[in-house]
Design a protein. Structure first.
Length: 251
């Protein structure tokens, strides 16, 4: 039984070897056809623009879903979306079959988005500047009042006799301490706002590019060759089986 199986296997190998050119030519032809379709077929263009949003935390300028609803309108043969690629970096991605259409859409979306980024940055910067001015102005006003109180304390000190401290003198001291605490609070507030202003970085376009999508020529060639080789091999085995079956029936 084993010898018979080995003999049949050998006969199969001999038959396959006799058809080796068919086994090679058919997969090669199919692989070339598939490669031609991959090479000359339509390819997509992908446009990407990455914007730095600074320290922005506003949802309608950083949330992809809100950005899509705000800026993107459906257009034929074009797909666009927003995504947060990293903290402070938002990407606009446009895909289409026409390079010029992709470029125009990417430029349009980028201009609208960047304009809103700059407007938001300007508002936040001006608000921080106004807060700084508020702290500094109030600090100067309180310091002026504190100077007047210090002058009154000095005059009251000169009028003291026999180390007797009047209630008015104690009240002046208390008011002076309170004023100094308020001045310190305004100084701290002004310091924080100065730090915020120094940390402000304007939004900017980090990168922009349009690339042609991969046609996967090598991958398609390899897969089509392997698959067609396997199917051709099965076809050759089926061919031998049918031929042997006909001979047996004729005998």
């Amino acid at each position: 039984m084993t010898d018979q199986k080995e003999y049949l296997f050998y006969k199969n190998l001999v038959f396959i070897w006799s058809k080796k050119w068919i086994l090679l030519i058919i997969p090669i032809i199919i692989a070339l056809i598939v490669s031609a379709f991959s090479f000359f077929g339509s390819r997509e263009y992908v446009g990407k623009a990455v914007y730095y949003t600074s320290t922005l935390d506003k949802d309608d300028l950083t949330n992809p879903l809100l950005l899509k609803e705000k800026y993107i309108t459906e257009k034929e043969n074009l797909k666009a979306n927003f995504s947060v690629v990293s903290r402070g970096n938002v990407q606009i991605r446009v895909v289409g079959e026409n390079k010029e259409d992709v470029q125009n859409e990417l430029t349009l979306l980028g201009a609208q988005y960047f304009e809103d980024l700059q407007e938001n940055y300007k508002i936040r910067y001006e608000q921080t500047e106004n807060s700084l001015k508020f702290y500094e102005q109030n600090k100067e006003d309180v310091k002026a009042k504190d100077d007047l109180i210090d002058k009154e304390i000095e005059e009251a000190s000169e009028e003291l006799e026999d180390q007797i401290v009047s209630e008015n003198y104690l009240e002046l001291l208390s008011r002076s301490i309170t004023m100094e605490e308020i001045v310190l609070e305004y100084e701290n507030g002004a310091y924080r706002k100065n730090v915020d202003l120094e940390d402000f970085v304007e939004p900017k376009l980090l990168s922009e590019e349009i690339t042609e999508s991969d046609n996967y020529l090598v991958q398609n060639m390899f897969i089509s060759f392997a698959l067609s080789f396997f199917l051709t091999l099965i076809g050759i085995m089926l061919w031998r089986y049918i031929r042997e079956a006909r001979r047996a029936l004729n005998d």
